[in-house]
Design a protein around this ligand. Structure first.
Ligand code: PLP
Length: 217
């Protein structure tokens, strides 16, 4: 991370490391926390439940997986950030539950920059329309954009996707909607976080390369 920051003239404190503990059991997750990691990423509500109960107050929790509307109730309030807002019906449910809770939710819009059919995310050409629709939802705060690059053995191939997300961030910010500040870029995983940092990531989500996949820990 430090080397990628140096290469791209960025400050290390401007990039936040989220340890993705979705592969780890309760004990392994506790060991990660004991190392001083502050931000944890989980992708399934069921798997996260016991970890939240055990360690909830000791970490900042990021929900990074696909989110079903019927699970929003369990995520809003428990997680500090939702990285996977990708459709209007989900935004409406987040708005409803956050209003009930009396606290806005900080969300990332997940964008399918690569256009892979296997991936969730908003089509980039619909992004600004989508943002306009969110502007009336006062309890949905869009703090950033998120994407997942295609898996590839040639890490340089992902650079255009990260660059595209940074460009989309500028267009979203140009709309100047008070609840949609989009100051963060959540991009970069084990295989490609260095390139993501070089292209402006402010949050990277790293599982395997940081905390392992839980199997041989
Ligand atoms: C699993 C996951 C990660 C981490 O993946 P690694 O390749 O293990 O670093 C990051 N982001 C999302 C959305 C994930 O589901």
């Amino acid at each position: 991370m430090a080397e990628a920051c140096l290469r791209s003239g960025r400050q290390t404190e401007d990039v936040r490391l989220i340890a993705v503990t979705k592969y780890l059991n309760l004990q392994q997750t506790g060991e990660v926390l004991a190392l001083g990691v502050k931000d944890l990423g989980e992708s399934r509500v069921q798997d996260a439940a016991e970890k939240l109960e055990a360690f909830g107050h000791r970490a900042t929790w990021h929900f990074i997986g696909h989110l079903q509307s019927n699970k929003v109730k369990q995520v809003v309030g428990a997680f500090a950030y939702i990285h996977s807002l990708d459709r209007l019906s989900l935004a409406e449910e987040i708005q409803r539950r956050s209003l009930q809770l009396g606290r806005p939710s900080r969300c990332f819009l997940q964008v399918n920059v690569s256009g892979e059919v296997s991936k969730f995310g908003i089509d980039p050409k619909n992004l600004l329309d989508f943002v306009e629709k969110l502007s009336s939802m006062d309890h949905v705060h869009v703090v950033g954009l998120m994407t997942m690059a295609p898996k590839t053995s040639q890490v340089e191939e992902v650079r255009p996707y990260f660059r595209a997300l940074a460009r989309l961030q500028k267009s979203v910010q140009a709309l100047r909607i008070p609840t949609i500040t989009a100051e963060h870029l959540s991009m970069g995983m084990s295989q490609d976080f260095e390139v993501a940092i070089e292209e402006g990531a402010t949050m990277i989500r790293v599982g395997t390369a940081l905390v392992g996949n839980g199997v041989d820990a």
